[in-house]
Write a protein that binds this ligand. Structure first.
Ligand SMILES: *Cc1c(COP(=O)(O)O)cnc(C)c1O
Length: 511
């Protein structure tokens, strides 16, 4: 049978149209589709909070549409931060959105779940748990940055207390770290008035030199920061060498391990690497739950070996409606969802699950390294699980091409891939490099799609002459896809000259 529809005549439909024909639609009313309202034909409010409401469907759609211009998180290979969680995890987290984590009395089970996470993470990092040791302790944070602020404060306070007890000057604390540190260390030092003492990278060493680090220790040193997985090349710094040198020289100087990205990788991929509380000088460790901890942002963790390293005067007992809980945080209120998401991942995946994921990521990173080498790139990261599952690479110094890493990054961006180009930490010859962070959802087939696009981009760039490359580069720069070119930057703070980025051109690696 054929569905041949008959078109009705005016007379047949008059009854329907008559009813609305004379009605002038009130423009304000949300009667048609979102795009039929006046909101679709005016600029969204930008400066002044609007006087009147707007329908929720319109607000939702308008904001969603605007956000569609953000990059696609899946194609963002610049960041360590989790972009995939299972539906069940998302459901649990959504259901907990309205819980304030600090409210221990009202949400005792959320607090209990955080404590379980701290226990599991502390044991993963080999915190001493035998009966002779004092209790280790730890807390959740918003991310590694807050964790690092807390770790720095604890080291500073302990050092001050020691100096006071000895009747010595305690006004000029310093901290030792690699110039490739993540920017939060610069912040911690600056915010809490601790002098930064840098061990600089060289043209072929991007991690801290253990001897140089220990040589810098003096009576004012509050501690040494050792990075388990630097943001630039993902290499693990040699915590054991620093630990052993400190012991050999009888120095009372603690080590804090910044395991923001490596804390959930090394225990599974390199279980024999000694970097954690197995080393006696390691007093505190931070890790980002939202990186290889596999939780959406923001959750981090920090663990201390014993109360000796977390002076009592920094800890507040929060009495919330009758229940007491020791608290050491910078912020008071925060959502409970992320902590709950972390617990889900740890019990859902177990060590075997994390091991499988991290091993796969390491394999994909190794595959990508091999393919990029074939294309003529120089690989700067470590393969085979000796570092984070990321690939840091650059164009060979001696080459007959006109373009640089930044041009290649821009070209890939046209396909949606965000593969950032960086200028390395100071003293490494202003080396430019690119970095692909291999995250949970970066499977081998997606990796091959990326490789295809890299080949294509190289071909396009190769075909351009010098003039054309210059035009191309200035064109993409003018379009300013980087945040530092954003319109919202306050002119007063533009072009700062006080940080490693301001002083040396190092890119504060995002994460
Ligand atoms: C990401 C990162 C940080 C900052 O961590 P957040 O969780 O983003 O606050 C600090 N140090 C290193 C080595 C990192 O990779």
């Amino acid at each position: 049978m054929v569905h041949l529809a008959t078109v009705r005549k005016d007379d047949d439909v008059a009854a329907v149209t008559d009813g609305v024909a004379g009605v002038q639609l009130e423009n304000d009313e949300f009667l048609t589709s979102v795009y039929g309202t006046r909101f679709a034909a005016t600029e969204l409010p930008q400066n002044e909070m609007p006087e009147r409401e707007m329908p929720r469907e319109v607000a939702y759609r308008m904001i969603k549409d605007e956000l569609s211009l953000d990059g696609n998180p899946m194609l963002n290979l610049a960041s360590f931060v989790t972009t995939y969680m299972e539906d069940e995890a998302e459901k649990l987290m959504t259901e907990s959105f309205s819980k304030n984590f600090i409210d221990y009395e009202e949400y005792p089970q959320s607090a209990e779940i955080q404590n379980r996470c701290v226990n599991m993470i502390a044991r993963l990092f080999n915190a001493p748990t035998d009966s002779d040791s004092d209790h280790a302790m730890g807390t959740s944070t918003i991310g590694s940055s807050e964790a690092i602020m807390l770790g720095t404060l604890a080291m500073k306070k302990r050092w001050q207390n020691k100096r006071k007890a000895e009747g010595k000057d305690y006004s000029r604390p310093n901290i030792i770290m690699n110039s490739a540190v993540q920017v939060c260390w610069e912040k911690a030092a600056r915010y809490f008035d601790v002098e930064e003492k840098y061990v600089y990278c060289t043209e072929d060493r991007y991690v801290i030199d253990p001897k140089e680090a220990v040589d810098l220790v003096d009576e004012n040193t509050i501690g040494i920061c050792v990075i388990l997985g630097t943001t630039y090349t993902g290499e693990y710094e040699d915590a054991k060498a620093i630990n052993d040198l400190l012991i050999e020289r009888g120095l009372d100087c603690p080590i804090h391990i910044d395991a923001a990205s490596g804390g959930f990788v090394a225990p599974f991929v390199a279980p024999n690497l000694e970097w954690d509380f197995r080393l006696e000088k390691v007093v505190s460790i931070n890790v980002s739950g939202h990186k290889y901890g596999l939780v959406y942002p923001g959750v981090g963790w920090v663990v201390w070996r014993s109360p000796e390293y977390l002076p009592q005067e920094l800890v507040f007992n929060i009495n919330y409606l009758g229940a007491e809980q020791a608290s050491f945080t910078l912020n008071f209120s925060k959502g409970a969802s992320q902590v709950i998401g972390q617990y889900y991942q740890m019990i859902r995946l177990g060590k075997h699950g994390y091991r499988s994921i991290m091993t796969n990521l390491t394999r994909v990173a190794d595959y990508l390294s091999a393919q990029l080498t074939e294309l003529g790139f120089i690989i700067m990261s470590q393969g085979g699980g000796k570092g984070l599952p990321l690939v840091a690479f650059r164009l060979p110094a001696e080459r007959d091409t006109q373009y640089d890493e930044f041009a290649l990054a821009h070209s890939l961006r046209e396909r949606g891939w965000v593969v950032p180009a960086y200028t390395m930490a100071p003293h490494s010859g202003s080396l430019k490099m690119m970095r692909v962070v291999v995250r949970e959802d970066f499977s081998l087939s997606r990796c091959n799609l990326l490789l295809q696009d890299i080949r294509l981009a190289l071909k396009t760039l190769d075909a351009m002459d010098k003039d054309m490359v210059e035009k191309y580069t200035s064109h993409v720069q003018a379009h300013g896809i980087n945040s530092h070119k954003a319109r919202h930057n306050h002119p007063h703070y533009k072009g700062e000259k006080h940080s490693l980025q301001g002083k040396t051109g190092k890119t504060h690696g995002i994460c």
